[in-house]
Design a protein around this ligand. Structure first.
Ligand code: SF4
Length: 443
């Protein structure tokens, strides 16, 4: 099975080049990654043409640029987070737009590991499942509902590679394997790509400190990148620092308000949900001490323990998410696509009936909210199965009476718009004000 030329995690490119060219290639890759969120289709059309005599050289240079950026990311945690997130988005797009059927199978094997992926027919024979009626039913259902001209196919992945699909019961689980259509594995595939890239960044550290001229170029690129406005401001920013917005749940996006209300009601949240809410509370300005007291006082698990005992157990995890323990990493709030595969987004994880109830209760009695009709909500719910971030954007006007012209791709993006409309944030600089202008009054 072949891998597409654009795939950056294949065998290392030939790096026998003059180091003075490095900067150029790395910057080329940075520009490409920066343009992607503005207009993804255009970026794919412009940078990844379908037919071009010079494609081999173009893709070679892209892979080289991507490789060099890994060395730079190995020196700076914030750049590492930006690189993994941006390359993950580009991977998702290229996999969708520029990958043949055979190459898709190649990517499955490369990312999930050989021996961890099987074709549907192979699974049936190897696992002695030829007479499994449920499997036959799945096959017929897939072929009868598959749209004409789609390239979707059935595939089987070992459960150890797709924990999110297992815990959310996506696909048919049989003998330690998840059987489903290729499209439903895409979130897990992207996650596997990001994990592998992170491993590659860690490995790249071993190449530093050996050659002085390489170290010098890496340092130069790192310093220029760290000053780069778009990278600095990309949701890893400290724009809410000192704002104490934790006492304003009216600006929380649906995912966070759901978890927040659940915790307030029951005193309990599962580990992943606690982390998600904890990252968010940190980034909207809650101090580590306030967060320690918040979880200690509200969690029913702490009823019989002292604050000192709590500090040694759950307190450690809270300090960890502020980068004060362990690897000392100052974690960001995950973006919506990561939340969809690894945490909690109501538009992805709630059953339609429960989602309808949650959305129609309008979770807070909000002075500016417009009560949506059942029809309007059902429309949002039906669009959420195709694109949860679009559903989130369409729900926004019912809470704040303002229409957004861009999809919500990050919980802090919702919080930024909401706090502006609630009069809780003053525009601070040019980059923030241009973001704020993305939302306009329309109701
Ligand atoms: S789309 Fe994003 S911001 Fe909206 S509820 Fe889901 S995870 Fe939260």
């Amino acid at each position: 099975m072949s891998l597409p030329d654009w795939f950056i995690l294949q065998s290392p490119p030939d790096i026998d080049i003059d180091v003075s060219q490095w900067k150029q290639l790395a910057w080329g890759r940075v520009k490409l990654l920066e343009q992607l969120p503005q207009n993804p289709s255009q970026v794919i059309r412009d940078h990844f043409p379908l037919y071009d005599d010079t494609l081999n050289q173009i893709y070679h240079d892209y892979r080289l640029g991507a490789y060099l950026l890994r060395l730079v990311a190995a020196t700076n945690r914030r750049l590492e987070a930006w690189l993994i997130e941006s390359e993950g988005d580009l991977f998702e797009r290229l996999y969708f737009d520029r990958t043949s059927l055979d190459q898709k199978r190649g990517i499955f094997e490369n990312l999930f590991g050989s021996g961890k992926v099987m074709e549907y027919e192979e699974f049936k024979y190897k696992m002695d499942e030829r007479h499994n009626e449920k499997l036959a039913e799945l096959y017929h259902q897939f072929h009868s509902t598959r749209g004409r001209g789609t390239s979707d196919f059935l595939i089987c992945v070992h459960f150890s590679q797709v924990p999110w699909m297992v815990s959310n019961r996506r696909g048919y689980l049989r003998k330690g394997w998840v059987v489903s259509n290729e499209v439903s594995f895409r979130g897990s595939l992207k996650k596997a790509f990001e994990n592998r890239l992170q491993e590659e960044v860690e490995k790249a550290q071993d190449l530093l400190g050996i050659n002085e001229s390489i170290d010098q170029i890496v340092q130069e690129i790192e310093q220029n990148l760290a000053k780069h406005t778009q990278i600095r401001s990309q949701f890893s920013s400290t724009e809410f620092e000192g704002k104490n917005l934790q006492s304003h749940p009216e600006i929380f996006p649906p995912c966070m308000i759901y978890l927040f209300s659940e915790f307030e009601k029951t005193g309990r949240l599962i580990h992943g949900h606690r982390l998600q809410l904890g990252f968010f509370l940190k980034k909207i300005g809650m101090s580590v001490d306030d967060q320690l007291h918040y979880w200690f006082e509200k969690s029913v698990d702490n009823l019989n323990i002292t604050y000192a005992e709590f500090q040694r157990t759950a307190g450690y995890q809270i300090r960890h998410l502020y980068g004060l323990e362990g690897g000392k990493k100052d974690y960001d709030v995950p973006k919506c696509s990561t939340i969809a595969t690894s945490y909690f987004c109501p538009f992805v994880h709630l059953d339609p009936a429960i989602l309808l109830e949650f959305l129609s209760n309008n979770y807070l009695t909000h002075k500016k909210s417009v009560t949506p009709s059942r029809n309007q909500l059902e429309k949002i719910i039906s669009s959420s199965s195709r694109d949860p971030t679009l559903a989130c954007k369409d729900y926004f006007p019912f809470i704040y009476g303002k229409t957004l012209y861009r999809k919500i791709v990050h919980p802090l993006q919702w919080a930024r718009y909401a706090s502006k409309f609630e009069g809780l944030m003053v525009e601070q600089d040019e980059s923030n004000s241009s973001k704020n202008n993305e939302a306009e009054t329309n109701q």
